[in-house]
Write a protein that binds this ligand. Structure first.
Ligand SMILES: Nc1ncnc2c1ncn2[C@@H]1O[C@H](COP(=O)(O)OP(=O)(O)OP(=O)(O)O)[C@@H](O)[C@H]1O
Length: 258
């Protein structure tokens, strides 16, 4: 589905030197796979997601989707980023309906689809609330429903649950997994949480410190459907978490140049 081929990214900065954020990243993401990206702060995880989203074009190398070069954003790749805030002037329903309406879906049909998605993300009854009337977790649910509403083949999720309390985060992880197990969309998911990555993913990509390189790609060979309470007691799950934590601790000296 996605091929990232020797991608390097250099940023112009206001300091003296250009900054090498990503160095020679190659990664293949198969159709329907759930792939998480983990690594120290500043290693280029978001940049990589932005490149796949088409919001940043790589300095060197290429990113392709279904064999076609990614040259800009497109409805086949749905971002669920903190920066892409909800429209504050639209209700939950209005936010979710926006994509299908833009795609030319008739209002009644767009509304029916959107209501179903709102129910799916657990917000039935909140259709006419506005973003400022929702909690952080609820806004994240709306953001997910809004992205799902235009049926992207790939979901790009940049720390979508990072700002949430532990309880809400766990609930949203479970919900995302249920939705994913139903839909099997391709997901690229950036997180700082090793447990979250192992719980959700088929593959975990561990990156090195800046400049970001791929240190290791770990196949998470745990059966699905996954149930959190069972996994937490599963020694295989625990071993993945410990091994990956060790890999991250061991990502080498900080090579960030001023
Ligand atoms: N637009 C930009 N201009 C200049 N430098 C940038 C830009 N975007 C990112 N960088 C630099 O690229 C590096 C990677 O940033 P990025 O946000 O991708 O890291 P990250 O791994 O997602 O970090 P975190 O885990 O802290 O969110 C950082 O050193 C950052 O300063």
């Amino acid at each position: 589905m996605i091929e990232i081929d020797r991608v390097s990214q250099v940023f112009r900065t206001s300091g003296r030197q250009d900054h090498l954020a990503l160095s020679e990243i190659s990664l293949t993401v198969e159709d329907g796979a759930f792939v998480s990206i983990l690594g120290p702060s500043g290693c280029g995880k978001s940049t990589l997601l932005y490149i796949v989203g088409g919001f940043v074009s790589p300095t060197l190398g290429s990113a392709r989707m279904r064999g076609k070069a990614i040259t800009g954003p497109g409805p086949d790749r749905g971002p669920v980023f903190q920066e892409f805030a909800l429209f504050p002037w639209k209700s939950v329903l209005g936010n979710v309906m926006y994509g299908p309406r833009q795609q030319g879906v008739k209002p009644a049909e767009a509304e029916a689809q959107s209501r179903a998605l709102i129910e799916m993300v657990g917000l039935k009854g909140f259709e006419h609330f506005y973003p400022k009337e929702l909690s952080g977790g609820m806004k994240q649910r709306v953001a997910l429903a809004r992205t799902l509403a235009y049926h992207p083949a790939v979901l790009l999720m940049d720390e979508p649950f990072g700002a949430l309390d532990a309880h809400t985060r766990t609930r949203l992880q479970n919900d995302l997994l249920n939705i994913w197990e139903r839909d099997r969309k391709t997901v690229l998911f950036v997180t700082h949480s090793v447990e979250e990555a192992v719980f959700l993913s088929d593959k975990v990509v561990v990156m090195t410190r800046s400049p970001g390189r791929i240190k290791e790609v770990v196949d998470i060979d745990l059966p699905r459907p996954r149930r959190r309470a069972e996994l937490l007691l599963d020694p295989h799950y625990q071993k993945y978490v410990v091994d990956i934590e060790r890999m991250i601790d061991d990502t080498g000296e900080d090579e960030v140049h001023p």
